[in-house]
Write a protein that binds this ligand. Structure first.
Ligand code: HEC
Length: 320
């Protein structure tokens, strides 16, 4: 009897979990075509891409997102995008110094009058924060807090692939429609998206339309954002497409930055580069770690072979 009860309870639990999954959730974030160069046991970052990603972060994301765990010198350290072997100490690297100096930061040390001044950053300084505190950041972003991006690829399921897909996941601009309607004598202006026309949804695209999702004011629909759009979905509630709303709109229209290495700044390219930059930021010692790891594996393999032969030799005259 007891086993039966436990069994029914767990089955019910599973059923509820199944339902919860059916409504909401997020679209699975696959890596870009060809995968990430830093995956696998010998994978390394594509440093040119990490360097372009820094440019995207600096010119686009850094107006809202800080990266307070990083210092400018990290960019010039071994494994970093601007590492130069002639400057083993990144603080001396003139390129890194110039990159740092592009940022005006509030000097953490007060001047002789006890006041805090702005000054150009040095390689030893932390990345400039766009806002003095969280309240100011929220006030500038309609109440939402842009998270610090230092370790965002570690903090989100899917890592770099999540960031990549989130950047690319927004509906194209021509899918957004404005709707004006009257409700209780009030005029309501809304942005709606017909998801039957949203091809990036793939298998989740509703077959019969129109299947509108209504965006709350200041929020944007993205199928990769974990959430539940059921309450804002004006079609079959049994087949609600995955995704949620977030307070950040599309950030990377084609040509948003201008790359200096001749690579075309398509939305995909910028998303790829910034995601790889953020992956590096969250795990800057990956390359060194993999090298040591591989050397250790080879060492252990040789040791095992030697141990096997010495075992054979020591026991060769003993019946066993
Ligand atoms: C205009 C300000 C602004 C800019 C520019 C901006 N973001 Fe955001 N971002 C936000 C806000 C606000 C949020 C919080 C959204 C929320 O929680 O609803 C956010 C959230 C995020 C998240 C977290 C989503 C999650 O899972 O919670 C990531 C990742 C992100 N942004 C990456 C980027 C990248 C990469 C760039 C540059 C290409 C960028 N953002 C540029 C405002 C901005």
């Amino acid at each position: 009897m007891k086993t039966f009860r436990i069994l029914t309870a767990s089955l019910a639990g599973l059923a509820i979990a199944g339902l919860a999954h059916a409504a909401g959730g997020a679209k699975h974030a696959y890596p870009p075509e060809g995968g990430w160069p830093f995956e696998g046991i010998t994978g390394q970052y594509d440093q040119a891409s990490v360097a372009r990603g820094y440019q995207v972060y600096k010119q686009v994301c850094s107006s809202c997102h800080g990266m307070e765990l990083l210092s400018y010198r990290n960019l010039g350290e071994k494994g970093g995008p601007f590492y130069d072997p002639s400057y083993p100490n990144a603080n001396d690297n003139p390129y890194v110094r110039a990159l740092a100096a592009e940022n005006e930061i509030l000097d953490p040390v007060p001047n002789e009058f006890g006041e805090f001044d702005f000054r150009p950053a040095t390689p030893a300084d932390r990345f400039r924060s766009p806002f003095p505190n969280d309240a100011a950041a929220r006030a500038a972003n309609g109440g939402a807090l842009p998270p610090d991006l230092s370790v965002i690829t570690k903090a989100r399921h899917g890592g770099a692939s999540y960031v990549y897909n989130l950047m690319l996941g927004y509906p194209d601009f021509d899918l957004y429609e404005d709707r004006i309607r009257e409700e209780n004598g009030e005029t309501i202006y809304e942005t709606i998206i017909d998801l039957t026309r949203f091809e990036k949804l793939g298998d989740y695209r509703p077959a019969h339309g129109p299947a509108y999702v209504v965006q709350p004011a200041g929020q944007f629909y993205n199928p990769y954002m974990p959430g539940d759009i059921t309450a804002n979905y004006e079609a079959d509630p049994r087949h609600v497409p995955p995704g949620g709303f977030l307070a950040m709109g599309p950030q990377l229209p084609p040509g948003r930055v201008e790359y200096t290495d001749g690579i075309e700044a398509t939305t995909k390219q910028m998303a790829y580069d910034v995601a790889q930059f953020l992956a590096w930021a969250g795990d800057p010692k990956l390359e060194a770690r993999k090298q040591v790891g591989l050397a250790t594996m080879i060492y252990l393999l040789i040791l095992s072979i030697l141990l096997w032969f010495s075992y054979k030799r020591i026991w060769r005259k003993v019946e066993h």
